[in-house]
Design a protein around this ligand. Structure first.
Ligand code: P6P
Length: 345
């Protein structure tokens, strides 16, 4: 127990809100509602092994992927937790092709939320950790009830971002720009308790790289040289990195946030913009990693500065320890790369 005692996510949000006298509480309520939805989703993810939950609905989502019941369920839970509150002017979801307006029967508000309701869901049958990723933005359009422009904002305009990882425990990690804080669900009381205050990615953390090397043949020369160097396949790296890749973005990101490392989903000849989505995957995790002392780029540009043009826009992603993100930029620029002396690593 910390010196302050047990701090629930509700208490943490309220104490953060008190720092802004003009706060109306709307923003805090959005975070509560997302935390509530995370509990509901986590409960079903825990039961995913039961035959009645697994299996395909036979439908296909906007990504062209067969939709598993849990994807739909997670989307519905988040939508219904947020649609009636009067705090939002709209939503966007990986599971829905277009902008999601607030139903006419409900009032609207001054924020929008974009989310990936259950990222990594193709791993569910294998009982691999999956996650929810979310991003909160302020209403910017003149549309009276909100429109797609309220979701199509660059990452630096996010007012909050976070993720939930459904793993050996269920953790919710979020930032509102004032540090990154992690909460672990205590299932016996159904509360998220502050377990990781002020999370910082280790500056000289573990030399971990996370990438799907099955795509090696499709990468650029610079990308291949970088991974060859990282794994010690070239004589100029006396201290090879360790490879860790789960294939579930939230799980891979969460591990690297705690231990240090570099997660990469680069562009390749088949996916010239990479595979991951800017709005509800890369940008929220970029806000988290930057406020934890790390970096996130598309290989050259800061993720948080990329102006989105469409809801499901893809982007290459290099995210994690700043030094390794910078190293990737040099390799990709095909410069002669001299690794800085990573003293003490
Ligand atoms: P690949 C899961 O489908 C996902 O969207 C991310 O969670 C994960 O990082 C990535 O795709 C894995 O993709 O091509 O390596 O299987």
């Amino acid at each position: 127990m910390s010196s302050k005692g047990i701090i629930t996510i509700e208490r943490h949000i309220i104490e953060a809100e008190r720092q802004f006298p003009e706060a109306t509480g709307a923003f805090s309520n959005i975070l509560y509602d997302i935390a509530f939805a995370a509990k509901m989703i986590g409960k079903e993810v825990r039961r995913a092994g039961l035959a009645d939950v697994l299996g395909y609905t036979g439908e296909v989502n906007v990504q062209g992927e067969e939709v598993r019941k849990l994807d739909e369920y997670a989307h519905e839970v988040l939508f219904k937790a947020l649609d009636h509150t009067g705090h939002l002017c709209g939503m966007a979801s990986e599971e829905v092709e277009d902008f999601i307006p607030i139903p006419d029967r409900f009032p609207t508000g001054n924020y929008s939320v974009v989310f990936d309701p259950l990222d990594g869901s193709s791993n569910i049958d294998a009982n691999v950790s999956v996650g929810t990723i979310f991003s909160v933005q302020r209403k910017v359009s003149d549309h009276p009830r909100g429109c797609v422009d309220d979701c199509l904002q660059p990452g630096y305009k996010q007012v909050a971002a976070g993720y939930v990882v459904y793993g050996s425990s269920t953790m919710l990690v979020y930032t509102t720009g004032n540090g990154v804080h992690g909460f672990t669900l205590e299932p016996s009381i159904g509360e998220f308790l502050l377990s990781h205050p002020h999370m910082c990615i280790p500056e000289k953390g573990q030399r971990i790289y996370s990438v799907n090397e099955g795509n090696y043949s499709r990468w650029s020369a610079g990308q291949r040289r970088m991974v060859d160097w990282m794994k010690g396949a070239t004589p100029d790296n006396p201290r090879p990195f360790s490879s860790r890749y789960i294939g579930s973005l939230v799980a891979d990101f969460h591990r690297n946030l705690l231990y240090g490392g570099l997660f990469m989903y680069p562009a390749d000849v088949k996916n010239p913009n990479g595979k991951l989505r800017l709005l509800y995957e890369a940008a929220p995790l970029a806000m988290i990693v930057e406020h934890a002392g790390g970096k996130a780029t598309d290989g050259q540009r800061r993720i948080m500065e990329i102006e989105p043009e469409s809801l499901h826009q893809r982007t290459p992603l290099f995210i994690g320890t700043s030094e390794y993100v910078d190293l990737a930029a040099r390799f990709l620029a095909e410069e002669t790369v001299e690794e800085p002396a990573l003293a003490g690593v």
